[in-house]
Write a protein that binds this ligand. Structure first.
Ligand SMILES: Cc1cc2nc3c(=O)[nH]c(=O)nc-3n(C[C@H](O)[C@H](O)[C@H](O)COP(=O)(O)OP(=O)(O)OC[C@H]3O[C@@H](n4cnc5c(N)ncnc54)[C@H](O)[C@@H]3O)c2cc1C
Length: 343
């Protein structure tokens, strides 16, 4: 394991902006991970595929990139396949692999960038399905004691783009592996968007292909146009607030969220005519208003300024405060849009 000093993180993040880490290591085994956690540093950041991060500044601490690999299968129960998957496995390749083995269930989550170990962090979701629907357990290394503890899904506190790993366990836990339970018989989840046209006899592979096709049509490929997927979360508001907005915008898309209502952040941004709006090298994607892209020359500052403009414009027009889904990392650790704009 080599400690690299003043290392450029640009190749490790899907936004593709320059930012330097004071120290950087890649770990491929648990032993290396434990050694890396002993390296003296003012703070550390665990990095997966870098597809949900914006480095707002150079990082003054140690970045540990998780490249642990390996998948173990347990088919002992008649109606369930159990998979134990190391944190550094590529998510999409893992989904593809499950389908090739005849283990159906994860097809709606195809083509989400990043690695398996990051998937529980924000409880990744797409096309009506979330990681929590298949998660059996999450193995977590305590950064102080260097011991592994297994968390049940309930203990993970999964919620919409949220989990205990963004709260209580932030910065003190490293996910080393995720356990999945895929049930047989498999039930297709096709009641969402373009999947609804597939018909009831659609196979998992058909759903997988449709999800890939739709995502390729809708979302910019980070390898061609830097981005971190949905920049903002879909806001969840109360009924009274919803009624006020819906009164003026009766066709506004909305979805039930418990006793509250979830709005489509992309729709709100689009209503503000922000598609294509540019700040330096950062742009609101011309096709998908929820995505901020790096047109090639964007700095973190450009992206932050654009995000702030979107936030203020939507707040002024709809009185809805968007929250960013992308994690903001400052010099000394995690920060947020309000804080970087104040500073
Ligand atoms: C084009 C595009 C489309 C996307 N579509 C979706 C989508 O449909 N649904 C969705 O939910 N997300 C989506 N995303 C966001 C992103 O892909 C997911 O959040 C993904 O899980 C991030 O994985 P990563 O490995 O890149 O994590 P990173 O960006 O490297 O890290 C994300 C966070 O997780 C932490 N982390 C990473 N690994 C570990 C670990 N082993 N232990 C503890 N903490 C860890 C990091 O410190 C960081 O805070 C999309 C992104 C892009 C670029």
């Amino acid at each position: 394991m080599q400690i690299l000093k003043n290392h450029n993180l640009k190749p490790y993040t899907s936004f593709g902006v320059d930012a330097y880490a004071a120290q950087f290591v890649i770990v491929t085994t648990l032993t290396e991970l434990k050694s890396a956690l002993k390296i003296p540093a003012p703070q550390r950041l665990i990095l997966g595929g870098g597809s949900n991060l914006l480095f707002c500044d150079d990082f003054a601490g140690l970045v540990i990139r998780i490249c642990l690999t390996g998948i173990t299968v347990n088919e002992s129960a008649d109606d369930v396949v159990s998979l134990h998957v190391a944190a550094g496995e590529n998510w999409h390749e893992f989904v593809q692999w499950t389908l090739a083995q005849g283990y159906d269930g994860l097809e709606n989550l195809a083509l989400i960038p990043g690695v398996v170990g990051a998937a529980p962090v924000q409880n990744i979701g797409a096309y009506g399905v979330e990681l929590k629907d298949f998660c059996d357990y999450v193995d977590v290394l305590d950064t102080e004691t260097l011991t592994i503890r297994r968390y049940t899904p309930a203990e993970c506190q999964f919620d919409y783009r949220d989990s205990i790993f963004k709260g209580e366990l932030k910065d003190i836990a490293v996910i080393t592996a995720v356990g999945f339970k895929l049930s047989k018989p498999w039930i297709a989840k096709i009641n969402y968007g373009p999947l609804a046209n597939l018909g009831n006899d659609a196979s998992a592979l058909t759903i997988f292909k449709q999800v890939c096709l739709t995502r390729q049509q809708k979302l910019p490929d980070p390898n061609k146009l830097g981005n971190a997927g949905s920049f903002f979360k879909n806001p969840i508001i109360n009924k009274a607030q919803f009624d006020v907005i819906a009164d003026k915008h009766p066709t506004m898309p909305h979805y039930p969220a418990g006793d509250k209502i979830k709005l489509a952040a992309g729709w709100l941004i689009d209503q503000c005519n922000l598609k294509g709006y540019q700040q330096g090298g950062a742009q609101v994607h011309t096709e998908q208003a929820l995505v901020i892209v790096n047109t090639g020359t964007a700095t973190a500052h450009d992206i932050i300024m654009l995000a702030q403009h979107i936030h203020t414009t939507v707040l002024t027009r709809f009185a809805v405060a968007l929250q960013h889904e992308v994690r903001f990392i400052g010099r000394d650790g995690e920060t947020d849009l309000a804080e970087v704009c104040r500073g």
